[in-house]
Design a protein around this ligand. Structure first.
Ligand code: ATP
Length: 283
């Protein structure tokens, strides 16, 4: 038995972290959405056999328990005592360690896929709770639709579909370690924006207000370590994006445009200046 699941990249339209919990994990207050840049995760289950095998089309990603897709399969295998070998083949399209949640989305795809293959009949809410054991972004990725995400990532409140827009993703040639950036946060120094204004803008389907109300409190933190990220953001704005912002802990910066011609102009202008550039749509 096999199934292929799409694992879309995520963007943080809004990201704030008001404090750290006693266990060191951040409290999140985020608005996340998914775009049509995706990995493809083929999951095969062979009953009566044991083990988990992961293959990717990259030379550098781990194929063992360090791969988040592997962890997803192991958790379901153990929790529901399924005697079956799982073979996972990941075709990566999402840049790695980019702030686009590729690993989390692959893990969520495995949870959704095995839920179907093994007829576990778990709801998306149940899969999301299981996903939290892997990474704070996995619960969101189980749904992969625009949502308000709170707590340690476990509270995912679906929001209205966003107005149509074109999104330019620009990833400089550097990888950012999420744990490192999180360790650099000084909560007292962060300049917080108001998420309620953004929630209201989405509810009113007001594209201009959405552009005005975006914010990512970690831009200051990553930008201090990697000023290139802020330079790319400035360029995207100069080239005419309606708004631009870093996603997650970076380094990918995205620009949004209501007009496809403007977005294409930005993509062309960034070529040569930025290592990887993509033109995508919100799902
Ligand atoms: P975060 O969700 O923490 O912001 P990110 O989007 O910046 O992460 P990912 O592409 O998910 O970055 O990769 C983060 C780390 O996870 C990398 O160091 C990578 O080696 C590891 N990893 C484990 N499994 C995967 C996977 N299936 N795809 C990508 N990275 C993976």
């Amino acid at each position: 038995m096999e199934i292929t699941e799409k694992a879309p990249a995520k963007l943080n339209l809004f990201l704030d972290t008001p404090f750290n919990h006693d266990d060191g994990l951040p409290e999140w207050n985020m608005i996340m959405t998914s775009v049509d840049l995706a990995d493809y995760v083929k999951i095969e289950s062979i009953s009566g056999k044991k083990g988990i095998k992961v293959r990717t089309n990259t030379g550098f990603l781990p194929n063992d328990h360090r791969n988040l897709a592997y962890q997803a399969a192991r958790i379901l295998q153990e929790k529901y005592r399924v005697r079956a070998k799982v073979i996972i083949e990941i075709r990566k399209h999402i840049p790695v360690a980019a702030g686009l949640g590729g690993g989390s989305s692959d893990a969520a795809a495995v949870l959704r896929g095995l839920n179907k293959l093994w007829k576990l009949n778990l709801s998306l809410e149940e899969l999301a709770q299981i996903g939290l054991e892997i990474d704070s972004d996995v619960p969101f990725c189980v749904y992969s639709r625009t949502a308000h995400v709170l707590g340690k990532g476990e509270k995912v409140i679906p929001l209205k579909k966003l107005p149509p827009m074109w999104v330019v993703l620009a990833k400089p040639k550097l990888s950012v370690s999420t744990p490192y950036i999180l360790s650099k946060i000084e909560h007292k120094e962060l300049q917080h924006s108001n998420i309620d204004l953004m929630l209201d803008a989405i509810d009113r389907e007001d594209y201009d207000s959405i552009c005005r109300c975006m914010g990512n409190v970690l831009e200051q933190v990553t930008g201090k370590e990697h000023p290139e990220v802020l330079k790319i953001k400035d360029r995207i704005k100069q080239y005419g994006a309606d708004a631009a912002q870093m996603s997650g802990t970076g380094p990918t910066v995205f620009g949004i445009c209501s007009k496809s011609s403007r977005a294409k102009h930005i993509v062309n202008s960034l070529k040569g200046f930025c290592h990887e550039v993509y033109l995508v749509r919100i799902l």
